[in-house]
Design a protein around this ligand. Sequence first.
Ligand SMILES: Cc1cc2nc3c(=O)[nH]c(=O)nc-3n(C[C@H](O)[C@H](O)[C@H](O)COP(=O)(O)OP(=O)(O)OC[C@H]3O[C@@H](n4cnc5c(N)ncnc54)[C@H](O)[C@@H]3O)c2cc1C
Length: 503
Amino acid sequence: MPIVRLGDEGRWTNYHGTGTCEGATRFALRSGDAERGRDEIAIAAESVQDWLAQAKLAKRRVRPLGAGWSPSNVNISSQSWLLHTRRFNRCFRIGAGDVRPGVDAGALMLVEAGALVDEISDKFEEQGRSLWTSGAGNGQTFAGAAATGTHGSMIARGGIQDHIRAVQIVTPAGIHWIEPAAGVMSDAFIAATGSVALRDDEVFAAAQLPVGSVGIVTALVVDSVPKFLVRPIQNLRKVDRAALDWLAAGDFRRFSAAYALDRDPDFVQMIVNPYKPFKRPAMLRFLYREPWRDDYPRATPGQLGAGYDALSLLGRLLNDYPWARGPLLQFAMKQGYASGPDVDDPPVYGSWGEGLDTHRPLAGLFNASVTIDRADLARAFERICAVYAKHGGSTVVTVRFMERAQGLLAPARFTHNAVIDFDGPRSRRTADAYARVVECLDAEGIGFTRHWAKNCHLDAARVAADYGEDFRRWRAAQGRLLPDPAHRALFGSEVLDNLGLTR
Ligand SMILES: Cc1cc2nc3c(=O)[nH]c(=O)nc-3n(C[C@H](O)[C@H](O)[C@H](O)COP(=O)(O)OP(=O)(O)OC[C@H]3O[C@@H](n4cnc5c(N)ncnc54)[C@H](O)[C@@H]3O)c2cc1C
């Protein structure tokens, strides 16, 4: 039996301590030892469906959990049955006979829904393949990361959900194998997973980014590219105001030439102190992609510049000494940021996965963001920093770049996107300052969306307005997977109901 009950009803707190489920009955979905992935997934999907029926009988809502990272509390539901998926994490190769004609089976992997981004990345790298983008950390489950549109700053790529080619979703009424209309997996393979094929572009686009609201994801088919090396450059530089125009226009080469290497970068990230953003040095990170070679000298994640946790350590100081906030933040940036490898240091290289880490839990974390049309960056950025600093925001401000991402509810919905993150210590003042940023963007008529996983103060009216016709299409697709309102309610929670996703 792949689902086991974990103890008595009680409390469960999410990974970063932003929310607690009261009266939670916890269950775990666990991998088996079947030789073939399709057999294992068939067994698991059936037992998830039985579990949903039992939850309904017990009059409890359900909440599937990945790594429990989301600070927006889309993973929190009280008086519910929680399903931990972390131990349902096997990954399987896909054979040429299992896919439809024209599909490259060697690029694909069948993964159980609880597999971490890190685990999938490792498996791909063992096979000479790689993910092409992911978030700054890799300790989320793939299903959980895709559920909220997780992204990094690969400038020519979208979100992590863009890797998904097919997904198995279990609802009380069915076990669905969802793919685009063109199809990916063979009919025989899909039948062996115990699912009914649903080849439909609309439902697939809804299922790529489901925000935990269309059923339980049990398995995914994940795509990859040939493995590549990245060379990081990481430095502290005063960024000129004019450089924002280059970034807004997508002239990343010029930005790179000014602050790092005179080469086309693949990844550009800028972390600034919102207190005098152009007077104080910003932390810049560039990645330059190179063809894979086996003989590159190995470097540690630290040498590759992974993570920037130390920024959070001065959280209390920032909150308690408002007059010193600007200099303290700059001190934290200097201490917390791996200095180098800079342009003149000996180059270091790593695979995509080696440059990431799984992150440690950070209690008292604040995360929020706005995603804007990159073309608006120059006019929006300075306003955002000024408003945020004026109202006492106590985090750094990070700018990342990405192309339009897949999935009807992808926050990166502009052709070219600039994502502005406010990540750091939690405080009331910081949350208020972020709310002022949102007001300011509205007042200036600058369009933006917000991250599903972060503390972005969204509500149903705003979600419907931000996503417009795509939201209506997402609801229609959800209605095809969960036609019975009682089944939609089964996946509801206070947070998801307020977002208008499950009511
Ligand atoms: C320290 C930190 C760093 C981060 N860095 C980034 C970043 O660089 N870029 C970025 O975009 N985001 C980032 N995030 C946000 C993070 O990627 C998201 O919160 C992501 O959703 C977490 O994945 P998870 O596995 O923990 O999902 P959870 O938080 O457990 O769940 C997220 C949602 O998915 C649902 N869900 C999970 N598994 C399933 C399943 N099997 N079936 C159906 N629904 C499911 C849950 O019910 C919930 O609604 C960061 C968050 C933190 C705390």
